[in-house]
Design a protein around this ligand. Structure first.
Ligand SMILES: Cc1cc2nc3c(=O)[nH]c(=O)nc-3n(C[C@H](O)[C@H](O)[C@H](O)COP(=O)(O)O)c2cc1C
Length: 337
């Protein structure tokens, strides 16, 4: 990867406090293994929004993957399918969403940024429906870009030939009615809860809200008909010093009270991290940077390899903790340091 691409893919917002703490907080939990439990017929299988999955490791939406490797999103989708991993395609993918869906049968969730006009949003929703996507993952935590100091210092710009191709040709945004860049330009076009309710009424796809950190927001999402929520701070790329996701997970899980699945991302790097997230109530996890790092090293093969490693590590962690099914992983396996 060029230093500029590395700053984009691996960096976080501002001082990268949240980026680091997302990962570090997993190490504040120690595992209390159980032994001699008999581990035959163990499995990491689960069912998520009506779809059977072999394991709870999803690929998070990550933009512009062709910048990491020419295999791009279609390469990632092929690897995800080979390793039976559900993939979420970024709204800012560098390849057409139809091509990626064709490349990998497990690329079935489309991440949506609500567009400045409803017409533009519906153009994307209709394309996702027609291409066979089963869920819309609406990212709600980034109505405006974070303060990306690492990118600025590296002088990052999208290289020629890399673009958010699915957003090209959409109806344009209305002109801003004021001169304040943050509030009159970005936030004037940002979606609100009423837009989520509207979207829900316009599509037959499942609705997942990504970027929910507050328990009351989780409740509101469910009341508006969300089928799942993802506890996420965008991998520390938007609001620096935002609370690490694992720390916030139990409060969201309590508020959701089992009504819909709660997923988590941010800082998952080991099988034991997946087990800890599950112990605190996450039905499944998503991984972002490990996927693009692997993609940059060896294209689709690299992504397949990283997924294989994580699947193996999760199985080993479960076996060594005495759990032969995800349902057996609970908070009693954890002690806080
Ligand atoms: C380079 C990069 C690009 C991303 N692009 C998107 C995106 O287009 N849409 C989105 O919802 N999240 C995006 N994310 C956030 C990820 O979906 C995910 O929340 C985050 O990467 C999880 O943290 P992790 O990288 O520590 O696994 C991006 C993350 C990275 C690192």
């Amino acid at each position: 990867m060029s230093p500029q691409a590395a700053a984009y893919f691996l960096g976080g917002a501002a001082d990268e406090v949240t980026l680091q703490q997302n990962r570090a907080v997993f190490d504040r939990y120690a595992l209390v293994p159980r032994v001699l439990t008999g581990m035959r017929h163990g499995s990491t299988a689960l069912s998520l929004l009506g779809r059977p999955l072999a394991h709870p490791i999803l690929l998070a939406p990550v933009a512009y993957q062709r910048m990491a490797h020419p295999d791009g999103e279609t390469g990632t989708a092929m690897a995800a399918a080979a390793l039976e991993a559900l993939m979420v395609l970024s709204c800012q993918a560098s390849e057409p969403l139809e091509d990626v869906a064709r490349a990998g049968a497990t690329c079935r969730w489309f991440q949506l940024y609500m567009q400045p006009t409803r017409e533009a949003t519906m153009t994307l929703v209709c394309r996702a429906e027609a291409a066979g996507y089963e869920a819309l993952v609406v990212t709600v935590d980034a109505p405006i870009s974070g303060v990306r100091n690492r990118e600025m210092r590296a002088g990052f710009q999208l290289p020629e030939g890399i673009a958010p191709v699915n957003l090209q040709g959409l109806p344009p945004a209305p002109p801003p009615e004021g001169s304040n860049v943050v509030f009159d330009h970005f936030m004037a076009q940002a979606p609100g809860w009423s837009d989520i309710a509207w979207l829900h009424s316009q599509t037959r796809l499942k609705l997942v809200l990504k970027g929910i950190m507050h328990p009351e927001d989780a409740r509101r999402a469910i009341d508006l008909g969300a089928d799942a929520v993802i506890v996420s701070n965008h991998g520390g790329r938007v609001l620096d010093t935002a609370v690490p996701t694992l720390l916030q997970l139990p409060a969201v899980v309590r508020a959701v009270a089992g009504e819909v699945p709660v997923l988590l991302d941010g800082g998952i790097r080991r099988g034991t991290d997946i087990l800890k997230a599950h112990a605190l109530g996450a039905s499944a996890v998503l991984i972002g940077r490990p996927v693009v790092e692997a993609l940059s090293v060896r294209g689709a093969q690299g992504v397949a390899h990283v997924l294989r490693l994580l699947r193996d590590e999760l199985e080993i962690a479960m076996a060594l903790c005495g759990c032969n099914a995800l349902e057996q992983i609970g908070p009693e396996l954890l002690r806080q340091l």
